[in-house]
Design a protein around this ligand. Structure first.
Ligand SMILES: Cc1cc2nc3c(=O)[nH]c(=O)nc-3n(C[C@H](O)[C@H](O)[C@H](O)COP(=O)(O)OP(=O)(O)OC[C@H]3O[C@@H](n4cnc5c(N)ncnc54)[C@H](O)[C@@H]3O)c2cc1C
Length: 504
């Protein structure tokens, strides 16, 4: 082994990002590096971040985590997608469900045949051809890769969980694998006078924690990446105007059965989330402070809870954007310190996961290799901006006339990358996915159609089948999916049988 190998890695912060980093590094590199994690109970964590997307299953599998054990430990429920209410226009609802819609036929995706059928007036709403959407609406769930006896995929799913219990779960995992946790508040970051690399962090009690490589998971503060190595922040608030969230958990009332999906309810200057867990429901109102006061946002949120509030509402301020140099010198920012896109599609925990995967692949062995650092930053720029475009889509394609806020969203200039996607879809339902970007064509289809962006026509290849053949094809898929959903257990039955958390 090379004598100069990077050996001492210091993680600053013990929120979701810090403990995800510690767990993954301990699991994959624990034999070649020593890991210390510094966190401060007095500062605490952000305390939100409870809805995820399906790739989290990959993260859990990499750690060898048993899914039922993880769900029990974190009071988790299943998430099949997100229901968007009032987004296209007030009174409307659609679900962005995970997984496939119908089945492709030849070279075309299912939605092209659906479009042809829509034009001749025989298609049902697109949700009727998505297994995940039908199961979500019916409150049903079972783990299945395929619908038995068919080539159709089973249910795509992710989780809702208690963020503090998830961090605790991962902490126990990481500590069992020799991660050393150090309690204390960092009051100073020391750097090398010549190259500006971080050499150590200093705690209030005077102790110093030295390292070769530092992972900044200190949250919005960006204690190392901003304050010590000076990485700039690129502001995206001209596209995503929300800058506040009010969060409050509420009771699950007697007999409450958690929906297997998140709800996102648009209001006049933002939107409200409902995240049902086994023991309580997480709620929040994300809004633009330029368009609504904090008092009004709080009152809207409290007026829309489904149970008694369990705490006083908490205000969180944020700025949308990211750091193009998320890796600078010997410091990589992961989690909120690296940037933030509002939680509309639950992408922050995923950005932590994907940043860790990229970092693992490009982790320096001895000195920092500029090619690896630059490639990491390029890749994260792509991850952030492609998620950004998808989130802007939800705001931009709206027909609401009730407030200045929605009018501004509709009329604003959007990134050219997004405009191209909208134009291709509007023309004839064409969608494309660049370079392994996160959101699938199905995800874009759900949101675009759900918000009333209906293509002018369909791909002419769909004319290779007659109207009658397509009507029969759609009808067969819908019947099969409905019959399969009817046989599934309810979400609550699934939880009771597999992963019910002990009552505290
Ligand atoms: C309103 C809102 C809703 C969200 N909802 C979702 C969601 O549904 N899904 C999703 O994927 N993501 C969501 N997120 C994002 C998610 O909360 C974060 O990505 C996730 O919690 C990771 O946070 P973090 O670990 O980076 O920061 P934090 O949780 O803030 O942790 C920071 C850590 O750094 C430590 N620290 C800071 N300063 C010091 C110091 N001086 N000395 C020692 N320690 C220090 C703190 O003690 C803490 O341990 C949401 C975010 C917001 C703001």
């Amino acid at each position: 082994m090379n004598e100069n190998r990077i050996k001492d890695v210091v993680i600053v912060g013990g929120g979701t990002a810090g403990w995800m980093a510690a767990s993954l590094f301990a699991n994959t590199m624990g034999k070649s590096i020593r890991i210390k994690l510094v966190e401060s109970e007095a500062i605490g964590t952000i305390g939100v971040g409870e809805a995820t997307i399906p790739p989290i299953q990959v993260f859990n599998r990499m750690l060898g985590i048993d899914e039922n054990e993880f769900m029990r430990a974190t009071n988790a429920t299943i998430k099949l997608g997100i229901e968007f209410q009032n987004w296209g226009d007030i009174g409307e609802s659609y679900i962005h469900g995970f997984g496939y819609i119908g089945k492709s036929l030849g070279i075309l995706r299912f939605d092209q045949y659906w479009l042809k059928s829509l034009k001749n007036g025989t298609a049902l709403d697109i949700e009727n051809y998505s297994f995940t959407n039908l199961a979500a609406r019916a409150g049903k769930f079972a783990r299945m890769d395929k619908i038995p006896g068919t080539p159709l995929d089973g249910l795509g799913y992710a989780f809702h969980f208690d963020a503090s219990l998830y961090a605790k779960f991962l902490r126990s995992y990481a500590e069992k694998r020799d991660v050393e946790r150090i309690e204390g508040k960092i009051c100073k970051v020391n750097t090398d006078g010549e190259n500006g690399h971080i050499t150590s962090v200093e705690l209030e009690n005077g102790s110093q924690i030295a390292g070769d490589f530092f992972i900044d998971c200190s949250g919005f503060r960006g204690l190392l990446i901003d304050q010590a190595v000076g990485s700039e922040f690129e502001d995206w608030t001209h596209w995503l105007m929300s800058d506040r969230a009010i969060a409050v958990p509420c009771e699950n009332e007697e007999g409450f059965e958690p929906r297997p999906y998140t709800q996102s309810i648009a209001h006049s200057a933002g939107w409200q989330w409902r995240i049902p867990l086994q023991h309580r429901t997480g709620n929040g109102h994300v809004f633009s402070s330029a368009h609504m006061s904090e008092d009004e946002a709080t009152s809207i949120l409290l007026g829309n809870l489904e149970g008694k509030p369990l705490k006083d509402p908490m205000t969180i301020k944020f700025k949308t954007g990211y750091r193009p140099e998320g890796w600078k010198k010997n410091c990589v920012a992961i989690g909120l310190s690296s940037g933030f896109i509002e939680p509309l599609e639950s992408t922050s925990i995923h950005l932590i996961q994907i940043a860790l995967f990229h970092l693992l692949k490009m982790f320096p062995t001895t000195a920092i290799e500029p090619s690896m650092r630059d490639e990491y930053n390029r890749r994260m720029q792509f991850e952030y901006s492609s998620i950004r475009d998808f989130i802007i889509l939800h705001y931009h394609v709206n027909q609401r006339t009730d407030s200045e806020y929605w009018k501004t969203c509709r009329e604003m200039e959007i990134p050219e990358t997004l405009q191209r996607k909208i134009d291709a879809f509007r023309t004839r339902g064409h969608l494309y996915r660049i370079d392994g970007e996160l959101f699938t064509e199905e995800a874009w289809t759900h949101v675009m159609l759900g918000q009333n962006l209906i293509p002018e026509t369909y791909n002419p290849l769909a004319d290779n089948f007659t109207d009658a053949e397509i009507t029969e094809f759609l009808s067969n898929i819908n019947t099969l999916l409905k019959n399969t959903v009817a046989k599934l257990p309810t979400h609550q039955q699934f939880i009771n049988a597999n992963c019910k958390a002990p009552v505290m």
